[in-house]
Design a protein around this ligand. Structure first.
Ligand code: NAX
Length: 331
């Protein structure tokens, strides 16, 4: 018997990431080749944005995807999150010229209060939320606080693009295929303070810190490249990462939905239980496994080298300061 469709809400659906993401969801790459989906697409109540969204919907129709069971196009939060099983929160305002990170946090924060409340009140009982819109960790924190009746475990934010970036960089340096780099690990904030932990990442079964003997590169250029990759793409393309971000989200959700193979993990921003010196209650990137039934766990017992510990302390400090900036949205 065929499965009944799940409802997937995508916010900012007419944006660049949305455009790259929607055909991948509708073709089964996120939830599986036997899982029909109903797409609930949210945009801002603006004529241009809604018109663009209708064009995206026309293109989805024109693909005649066998798994696409329906579409809802809306600028209304209640309609967008009604009975949804997965809420993918991508839409937010980009950073404008001269805008500081804290200004962006203040501008985007209220969006996630409204969406968190709407998810709390209207989504399906089993709803899961993944946040991409930046600053994604703090936006996820805001949505989690706004959704007062939902377990905190339902919320995640995305560092999977960072994980994939780090994996490729390590593979390139080691001269191996990226599939031979495993358990690539990002700690902390999805920002320039994120921590790609090459000690706990393996290349052909050996710590990347041993497989790559150029320690100066690992601690220097590798770190900088991964931390600054988003900015490098903007500089080169004149626009921020779009299909690689969509691809990161496909990986992020697919690997939360399916059980994690034994001995491996993925980097996911989830609420901290205080492990590894990350302040309890922050949304921070950790090594995470899932049981395929909607439950995830932070991998425990990894050794943190002093270099990584120091970097984690800095990224946690940044997350704490972001939390302070939005303190009035967390009540
Ligand atoms: P775009 O500007 O192309 O699209 C954003 C869309 O969101 C627009 O269509 C806009 O109308 C809509 N929107 C804005 N506010 C909304 C609201 N309150 N409700 C619903 N829709 C709303 O940006 P895009 O390139 O798609 O990027 C989207 C977000 O992803 C940005 O915040 C960006 O910074 C973030 N990113 C996060 C990444 C990550 O790894 N976590 C990487 C890529 C990207 O930078």
């Amino acid at each position: 018997m065929s499965k009944s469709p799940i409802r997937v809400t995508v916010t900012g659906a007419a944006g660049a990431i949305g455009y790259a993401l929607l055909p991948r969801i509708a073709s089964g790459q996120m939830f599986g080749a036997d899982q029909p989906v109903i797409l609930q697409l949210l945009e801002i109540p603006d004529e241009k944005a809604m018109k663009a969204l209708s064009g995206v919907a026309m293109e989805l129709e024109d693909c005649a995807f066998p798994l696409l069971s329906g579409m809802v196009l809306t600028s209304d939060l209640t309609t967008a999150f009604k009975d949804t099983n997965w809420a993918l929160l991508i839409g937010s305002r980009p950073r404008g010229p001269g805008m500081e990170r804290n200004d962006l946090i203040k501008v985007n924060g209220p969006i996630f209060v409204g969406q968190g409340r709407a998810i709390n009140d209207h989504a399906a009982k089993d709803v899961r939320v993944a946040v991409v819109g930046n600053p994604c960790n703090t936006n996820a924190l805001i949505a989690m606080h706004a959704a007062k009746d939902l377990p905190r475990q339902r919320f995640s934010a995305m560092t999977r693009l960072d994980q994939n970036r780090a994996q490729s960089q390590l593979a390139g340096k080691a001269g191996v295929h990226s599939s031979e780099v495993k358990n690539t690990l990002i700690w902390g904030n999805h920002s320039a303070t994120q921590v790609p932990d090459f000690y706990n990442t393996t290349i052909r079964g050996q710590s990347a810190s041993k497989a790559i003997t150029d320690e100066a590169w690992l601690k220097g250029d590798f770190f900088k490249t991964v931390q600054q990759r988003g900015a490098a793409i903007i500089a080169a393309r004149g626009a921020s990462s779009a299909f690689s971000a969509a691809n990161g989200l496909v990986d992020h959700v697919r690997d939360l939905v399916n059980p994690t193979p034994k001995g491996s993990w993925n980097s996911v921003c989830v609420v901290s239980d205080g492990s590894y010196g990350v302040t309890e209650g922050l949304i921070s990137s950790f090594p995470v496994t899932t049981d395929g039934k909607g439950n995830w766990e932070i991998v425990k017992g990894l050794t943190l080298q002093p270099f990584i510990q120091e970097k984690i302390a800095a990224t946690v400090k940044e997350l704490e300061s972001e939390r302070t900036v939005v303190a009035d949205l967390l009540k």
